[in-house]
Design a protein around this ligand. Structure first.
Ligand code: PMT
Length: 402
């Protein structure tokens, strides 16, 4: 009874694998969970609500309201009720809806409303599963922090053989149990994360900046949040879907703004992660009006910006852990280790601009995480969400972890 008292929303969509959701329901119930099932409209063609209602011991919902009684099935309440939302099987069609924010049925609307973690178990034919549109949608949902329960290989309903079978119910149950068994190892801790680029104004319409998207910083924020921490974000201008109720968010533009916000929060923090790509220089003068073009060449005098990590490193209290980032183009380890020392970091996360699929903008990253004592871990090229989990695991290995 590993799932005693856990509230699980089980979404079932239109796929031949829907018959397996009956077995999954039975396993979840036997493990002690409360299971509320929502079926997409096309799932009704594959399995009856009666079967799932009997096994889950609750009425099954598939529409926004009960046509006979007029009873409203509140997708917001359903989303808030659950500790975990599992969609198994997830068809290519529902996947596309989730990835694009469409909500023309109760299940898709509940997906958009849910605040709890989401696990997705896709099921489709092998060519569909490999189609770039499906791959892109899966990647998009992963970037939202959803956990993908990768399809398994074997014989498919089409008679073909390959990857596309919904993960077996026993394996899904194991993933759900692992999820709930995972310790909230950062419970009660406060973390400050700087993320995104900064913009340094030149005049009212122009600025100096860089390519940071904020994806790496947000992945770290999501990992801390799911492991129990209270997360404070100081974000430069970024355009990422971010649930404001998950974080304390301060939006800033320039390095000076970022410094002021981070400095104010810093004393109360247990951890600080400096993932932002802060501009090292800013125009010495900000022109009050748009600078006009003329025939002459133009040069801009730049002044040095405050180094946020360096300044806060000087006032780091015992027990407080600072994690820095470095983005390097040559002599990577040497430069990163120099920054680790100079800025009083406990560990530094090194990106090399020479690695393909890593660094700015990508959903993936390859980093080396280097400790003060020289210990180093290479993540390999993986999703930024996976890099984030590794960073948290490495933080726990820092000598000052309490
Ligand atoms: O945002 P993404 O598109 O996902 O890309 C992620 C990332 C590549 C931006 C991120 O992973 C990363 O490497 N961020 C730091 C990039 C950088 O500018 O490093 P740096 O070597 O200039 O700075 C070293 C450290 O000092 C960093 O922790 C930085 O946040 C901090 N710093 C730097 C300058 C400054 N004025 N203030 C700072 O706090």
């Amino acid at each position: 009874m590993n799932l005693q008292g856990k509230r699980i929303l089980l979404g079932v969509t239109g796929s031949i694998a829907a018959y397996k959701s009956a077995h999954l329901t039975r396993l979840l119930i036997k493990s002690g969970a409360e299971v509320q099932i929502i079926m997409s409209t096309s799932a009704l063609d594959f399995i009856t609500p009666l079967t799932l209602a009997t096994l889950s011991k609750r009425p099954v919902f598939s529409d926004f309201s009960d046509k006979k009684t007029g009873e409203w099935h509140n997708h917001v309440e359903l989303g808030l009720w659950a500790d975990l939302f599992v969609v198994a099987p997830l068809s290519a069609n529902s996947l596309a809806k989730f990835a694009n924010g469409l909500c023309d049925n109760l299940l898709a609307a509940t997906y958009l409303s849910a605040r709890c973690p989401v696990m997705l178990a896709p099921a489709m034919d092998l060519d569909m599963y490999q189609h770039p549109a499906v791959r892109a949608n899966l990647k998009r949902l992963s970037s939202f922090g959803n956990t993908l329960l990768d399809a398994e290989s074997g014989e498919l309903a089409s008679g073909l053989s390959g990857q596309g079978r919904m993960m077996e119910p026993e394996h899904i149950l194991a993933q759900v149990e692992i999820f709930f068994a995972r310790k909230k190892d950062f419970q009660g801790k406060k973390v400050l994360i700087t993320l995104g680029p900064t913009q340094e104004a030149l005049d009212p319409v122009r600025f100096i900046s860089n390519h940071s998207s904020g994806k790496m910083g947000l992945a770290i924020a999501n990992a801390f949040k799911s492991r129990g921490a209270e997360v404070f974000l100081v974000a430069g201008p970024i355009a990422l879907p971010l649930n404001p109720s998950d974080f304390h968010l301060r939006n800033v533009k320039s390095a000076d703004d970022m410094y002021r916000a981070a400095q104010e929060l810093h004393p109360k923090m247990d951890f600080c992660v400096f993932a932002a790509a802060v501009a090292d220089y800013a125009p010495a003068q900000v022109a009050p009006e748009k600078i006009k073009k003329n025939d002459a060449e133009m040069s801009i005098l730049l002044k040095k910006n405050v180094d946020i990590a360096l300044e806060l490193g000087k006032v780091k209290r015992p027990g407080q852990i600072h994690v820095g980032f470095a983005l390097e183009t040559e002599n990577e380890e040497q430069h990163a280790k120099g920054k680790l020392e100079r800025k009083n970091f406990d560990l530094i996360v090194l990106n090399s601009a020479r690695d393909t699929g890593a660094g700015f903008q990508h959903d993936t990253n390859r980093v080396k995480i280097i400790h003060q004592d020289g210990r180093m871990t290479d993540s390999g090229l993986v999703l930024k969400s996976e890099v984030a989990e590794m960073i948290l695991d490495e933080i726990k290995k820092a000598p000052v972890w309490i």
